[in-house]
Design a protein around this ligand. Sequence first.
Ligand code: NAD
Length: 412
Amino acid sequence: MAASFYESVRGYVEQASALLEVEDDVRILLAQPYREVDVQVPIHGNDGSVLSFRGYRVQHNGARGPFKGGLRYHPDTDLDEVRALASLMTWKCALLDLPFGGAKGGMTIDPATLSRRELEAVTRSFTHAISGVIGPNLDILAPDVNTDARVMSWVMDAYSSRAGWSPAVVTGKPLDLGGVPGRIQATGRGVVAVTEATLAALGRSLPGQRVVIQGFGNVGRHVAEIAAERGAVIVGVSDVSGGRHLPEGFDVPALLAEIGPGVLLKEVGVGDFLTNAELLGLDCDILIPAALENAIDATNVAAVRAPLVVEAANHPVSPEADTVLADGGVTVVPDILANAGGVTGSYFEWTSNLTEFRWSEERFNEQLLDFMARAFRTTWETHVERRVDLRTAAYMVGMARVAEAVRLRGLA
Ligand code: NAD
């Protein structure tokens, strides 16, 4: 049986700590989550009956700063998934040299089956349930799969109703509530920046490259938009309903204009329809999985034809598939580097909230590219010097920093 998501991440963590020769006392602290909250989240449904959901917040490691991580609503979300995502956040924040530890939250819920009122009620109920372990200097939430600026507003309001005005408890907020311009595009902008840096290191460049993107939500849409602006040709896109293929490349602004809220790609009349399985096997130069974990696994990896895979989603490539891709000479840019623009933008927003100083979009984007470039450089140097793949290099950089913070604080 394939390893679970969390077991897979633990495997990467163990591999990096062995290569870094991290001492056992520290290794134990890095391997295990600091705190796990698993709560009942009850609300009254629209018909007056009680609906009860499970909600989770896992705080993996806080040696370098307050815990930081997104909040996901998905019917398949469980504690194992949230644990794995929390661990990824620890290494991602450290790799980007952000003053945060790693956390993640999630609820086992299908938001498509809830009314707006029920979604708000469930968000407020969950926020109250975890309010004792979150806060601007304790644990800061952000959007993830199926959550957005509106959900973040409810989190902020529910928390602030008890603790007083606390915009810094959550990032990815609307601009009128302390959000910062640039944050919504930040994950996508970072993905494109890291893709360009990788291509440059490989002696190539983005203009003219044929790109396929799996997942057309907050991350995938902005990757498509920004990559196209920078000269890439977007030949395939997909969402949960399936995908669209256009070998000559989409007019991305026109495609985005057709995809309003709730509109699926299967309903769009441009390009040829194809399944997600077919999309992964398209002839292209760059494949960007931007949907969910394990999208590329042992069962479908043989179909992948792209020589470069950039992990915009968290853990979209299973360890088994990762090995097959490496054996086939495919370069894989790991999630904790590729999609770190989101948490980096969240760091700017948090800073802006704490200092009550507004950032301009120009400053935001300039700093974002600067942080991404530094993280890429350090990862690439480690990859070359230690002769390890990019994922192992990224884990090693992040882990070395967390391990040092653990030692300096006298935690181990
Ligand atoms: P989202 O909910 O906005 O979008 C998810 C997209 O994936 C949707 O288009 C959905 O239809 C599609 N999808 C779902 N199941 C699919 C399937 N089986 N096949 C193909 N497509 C499918 O979520 P998002 O915020 O864009 O997050 C996507 C990924 O990026 C997640 O792994 C998330 O953890 C990661 N991520 C997000 C952020 C952020 O800022 N939002 C930051 C870092 C990493």
